[in-house]
Design a protein around this ligand. Sequence first.
Ligand code: UDP
Length: 240
Amino acid sequence: MENLTKMEQLYEGKAKKVFATSNPDLVIVDYKDDATAFNGEKKGTIHNKGIINNRVTNHLMKNVLEPAGIPTHLVEEISDRETIVKKVTIVPLEVIVRNIIAGSLSKRVGQPEGVKLGSTVLEYCYKDDDLGDPMVNEYHIVAMGWATKEEIDTIAKYALKVNELLTDYLKDLNIELVDFKLEFGKTSDGTIVLADEISPDTCRFWDSTTHEKLDKDRFRRNLGGEEDAYKEIMKRLLGE
Ligand code: UDP
């Protein structure tokens, strides 16, 4: 890796800051311990969450997804909380993949959490906090110009492949992948890559035996033990 200088902050989100670098095609993401839920209404801190989410995301992208042909924005982890990633234009969609009914789907269809779905469900939400991230379909996405038909087909194909890869990988660690959210970006040459993070903030992870929640639902629902749950995920995935 060339000698890269961290420059001005470009953006601060709910869980991460993004900094420019001396290379216009690369940025540095810096993961925070800040936790929010319900579109920013609930705020708190989860000690060392930034470190865990940085390391878990990079581990999954580097060792599970990239080797299986999923292109990601990952370039290099440079510290516990900081990673060099490709600069992308984020496709303004939350791409949600579901294997088991939970969360908003449970409310929408009036079925209890924990029921296994007959087949994988893919959902898209338009990323707009003021609108509360409304669910949209592929027709909206193409008609609104958020992505082309080809791009959304690629995104769907990658999202379903990520689900297969992560489900299989986590099964061996006694973790059930209930559902998760992905974000994709476009590099300067127009390539679609997986961006953002894959962590207990963005996935529902249940212990396969006890069905204990090992993710951000502990914080969202005031269950307590969120720090231990994040640590447990790090331990199962990274062995530490
Ligand atoms: N999710 C996320 N960010 C969001 C909304 C959802 O990472 O802004 C993740 C969430 O952690 C879960 C999945 O997407 O793993 C499905 O979430 P759901 O639609 O059930 O919404 P929630 O119940 O979290 O409001």
